[in-house]
Write a protein that binds this ligand. Structure first.
Ligand code: TNX
Length: 531
């Protein structure tokens, strides 16, 4: 039995209220069943009529890329082979410009399905929604009669993958791009360097990949992307309407730089806790395979450091079509505060001079001469501690906007309460799916509202993460919660934005994720549909 049928909501009222941009009026008892879509759409209304039936003779026509993507999705989900020249009822995918960026409309009834995107990305997202709507009906496959009007709340919806602590192959990155694009994420932030390894080939600095890429956490094998590999990732991301945001973490997290260019780095600063907990201690010029942070620093008062930053970001700017270059700036505990401020100011200026928008972790937000409009990435807790919120507000004071990555909500590398023996716990202990879901972007930082928020990003650090299986089990289903925070209406603006609604909707995606080969963690917080 299809659990979608059991779901009820006073839909007409909700949809009307959403379209009007206000809270839904009181329910009058008229309830109809609601198809499950994640992230929750801006407006969804189920029609009373019979569903659309999919078959091998279904015709898919319209924009070529979207038709190809939809055909592949229908095949993966159902095993059917609809075609451009099928003779049956038609699914039309079209562009109709003029609506909000990335928006789409999807209308399905017994006779036809029409997806209209305001742009290519919107059409692609409409296709993803249709993939989620496909349901079993006995031996048949159907799309319920429905009308959806959808557009994102935030322009930036990111996932981050740390390819430095453990290297992840081009194939793995492409698979994760596909996974994330299905939930309407539009940015892949690649954490390309850290103490344990450098992962991107640069012509101007060949020793980085010759001498600093060979290893990873725990002495595991390292690796790096050639320039062609990087291009392949960027192109694959673009085909899924995602930009790539490359990060070179500075001035801390730079121990590996010292393997290649020892003249650029300071001696490691060993904190007491590193001696006490028996972990491996970093040594100059020797590969570091531990997971401590905050001991390395570039030399701040040496011009060679800025030549290095100019080379690195110059090449990355030329290789990266997206508007953002991320300079890191987190946990630079081995760099004195004033030096840190000087450094992030200068390097943000180098990036701005390259015609790109700098992005930095929130620590950089109170540097006095940060390049104007630098974007800040907040990684503190849902309830900010230690003045992290004030640092984050510094970016807004400087004309920039914020990407929200509250660590105790959407750090995908945090352990689950029960499940795989993977992940860390520092961000307020294990993170349940419910906790990953129950936060509202506009309430994290006082005096920061939607207009100051560029978007939301879910990072996945890879100290304990080695394979695509590891990535998918940590990300899914919590990544869906991050998708909803980034795409869907605010929690007080839609009846769908509750944990109860989310857990039902996400449970309905189990069969789709299975058919797409996504190795999600079957969390016991979710009542998973089996078909
Ligand atoms: C903190 S949050 C880090 C990373 C670690 C991560 C592990 C942030 C900007 N930095 O260096 O990998 O915790 O969860």
């Amino acid at each position: 039995m299809n659990r979608r049928r059991g779901r009820t909501l006073a839909l007409a009222a909700v949809a009307a209220a959403l379209l009007a941009g206000c809270a839904p009026p009181a329910q009058n008892g008229d309830t109809v069943s609601l198809p499950a879509v994640v992230p929750a759409p801006a407006s969804i209304e189920q029609a009373a009529g019979a569903p659309f039936r999919l078959s091998d003779s279904t015709r898919i026509e319209g924009e070529a890329d979207a038709a190809t993507a939809l055909t592949a999705l229908v095949e993966a989900r159902t095993g059917l082979s609809p075609a451009a020249n099928g003779g049956g009822p038609t699914v039309t995918v079209a562009i109709e410009r003029g609506g909000p960026a990335e928006s789409y409309r999807l209308v399905a009834d017994e006779a036809s399905v029409t997806i209209t995107g305001a742009d290519d990305a919107g059409l692609f997202y409409g296709v993803q929604t249709l993939g989620q709507l496909i349901a079993r009906d006995g031996d048949d496959w159907i799309v319920p009669a429905v009308s959806i009007d959808d557009a994102p709340r935030f322009a930036y919806r990111g996932v981050m993958l740390d390819v430095a602590r453990h290297f992840h192959s081009v194939e793995t990155v492409k698979a994760y791009i596909d996974d994330a694009a299905g939930l309407k994420f539009n940015a892949l932030h690649l954490h390309l360097s850290d103490d344990q390894g450098w992962r991107i080939e640069l012509h101007s600095r060949p020793k980085l990949t010759e001498l600093a890429a060979g290893s990873a956490v725990g002495g595991d094998a390292g690796g790096f992307y050639t320039r062609d590999d990087y291009r392949e990732i960027v192109e694959h991301a673009a085909s899924r309407h995602m930009i790539v945001v490359p990060e070179i973490d500075m001035p801390g997290h730079t121990h590996a730089v010292g393997l290649a260019y020892p003249e650029l780095v300071e001696e490691p600063v060993i904190a007491d806790h590193m001696r006490e907990d028996g972990s491996e201690l970093p040594e100059s010029g020797k590969h570091y395979g531990g997971i401590a942070v905050g001991f390395s620093s570039l030399k701040i008062h040496d011009e060679a450091t800025y030549d290095f930053a100019a080379d690195v970001f110059g090449e990355l700017a030329a290789m990266t079509p997206g508007p953002y270059l991320h300079l890191g700036g987190d946990e630079a505990l081995g760099t004195p505060d004033e030096d840190f401020a000087l450094f992030v100011s200068r390097v943000s200026g180098i990036i701005a001079d390259l015609g790109k928008t700098p992005v930095a972790w929130h620590e950089a937000g109170d540097a006095p001469d940060l390049a104007e409009a630098t974007v800040g990435q907040y990684w503190g807790f849902m309830r900010p501690t230690d003045g992290m919120d004030d640092k984050a507000r510094g970016f807004v004071r400087n004309g920039g906007r914020l990407i929200l990555s509250p660590a105790d909500a959407i750090y995908l590398d945090m352990q689950y309460p029960t499940g795989p023996q993977l992940g860390l716990t520092w961000a307020n202990g294990p993170t349940s799916v419910q906790r990953a879901y129950e936060w509202e972007p506009s309430t994290i930082l006082a005096d920061v509202d939607d207009s100051d928020i560029l978007g939301v990003e879910a990072p996945l650090w890879s100290e304990t993460i080695r394979t695509l299986d590891d990535i998918e089990t940590m990300a899914f289903p919590r990544i869906a919660a991050a998708a909803e925070a980034g795409w869907s209406p605010a929690t007080d603006a839609s009846e769908l934005r509750t944990w109860d609604s989310f857990r039902e909707r996400v449970g309905s995606l189990g069969p789709l994720w299975t058919s797409l080969g996504i190795g999600f963690h079957p969390s016991d917080e979710i009542d998973w549909a089996t078909e």
